[in-house]
Write a protein that binds this ligand. Structure first.
Ligand SMILES: [Zn+2]
Length: 233
């Protein structure tokens, strides 16, 4: 473990996460609705997409978002170390926190965000595999993404599956990075989300806080699964 890299990564993640609350607030709308133009609480209109700190003057400081950003990137810095891979993973982790926050609020994984996550991971990882002369890594990553995307798509097409197309796309994009790391990372990344959401769904059912068909966001669990896979393999 590299402590300086962990600290620097955590500082980057915490600082970058401070820019997320307003984007999260503006994108957290029901499917098909335009992004929020005004604050949902005090109706102040937003002139920008990004601001540092709280989404609006009426909201408290985003302590948890900043702490999550610092924790996730600090963990990646500590385990991945000062490698080119870390330079790809840190901004991807910040995007992942944004995706998870939006999914938790409105059960959506907006296509543009998933597309940006794909662009900032698939392109540099693919190019680096070719540059360092490891095309088999690129092939493994592509195969992992393709297989995951196909299986998730088949499940999503089953009636009452509760799996959205956003989940399918996110799972495929994440599995490219996990495939780049290796098959064990893919396995952990695919298993962990269900170990997280399964007990949560069961608890909600048993305590009657949810019905059998209540949708549970899968995006945050997929992202945590990818993080667990990257820091443990
Ligand atoms: Zn407000």
């Amino acid at each position: 473990m590299s402590l300086p890299v962990a600290v620097l990564s955590a500082l980057f993640g915490g600082a970058a996460a401070a820019f997320l609350p307003r984007v999260t607030h503006r994108l957290s709308v029901p499917r098909g609705s335009p992004p929020r133009a005004v604050c949902a609480t005090c109706q102040t209109s937003f002139s920008t997409w990004v601001s540092v700190g709280a989404p609006c003057r009426c909201a408290p400081p985003p302590v948890w978002t900043i702490a999550t950003g610092a924790l996730v990137t600090g963990l990646l810095g500590a385990t991945v170390g000062p490698t080119p891979l870390l330079a790809v993973l840190l901004p991807a982790a910040v995007l992942g926190i944004l995706l998870a926050a939006v999914d938790l609020r409105c059960l959506r994984l907006p296509n543009p965000l998933v597309a940006v996550l794909a662009a900032v991971t698939v392109v540099p990882l693919g190019l680096s595999a070719l540059l360092i002369g490891e095309p088999d890594r690129l092939a493994r990553a592509g195969l992992a993404a393709l297989l995951t995307g196909l299986v998730y798509l088949l499940v999503a097409l089953l009636p009452g599956a509760g799996l959205g197309l956003g989940d399918v796309k996110l799972a495929a994009v994440l599995c490219f990075t996990l495939g780049f790391a290796g098959w064990p990372a893919v396995a952990i990344g695919l298993l962990t989300p269900h170990l997280i959401n399964g007990p949560i769904a069961l608890t909600l059912l048993l305590t009657r806080r949810a019905k059998r068909r209540t949708a549970l966001p899968l995006g945050p669990a997929l992202l945590i699964g990818a993080l667990v896979a990257l820091v443990t393999t």
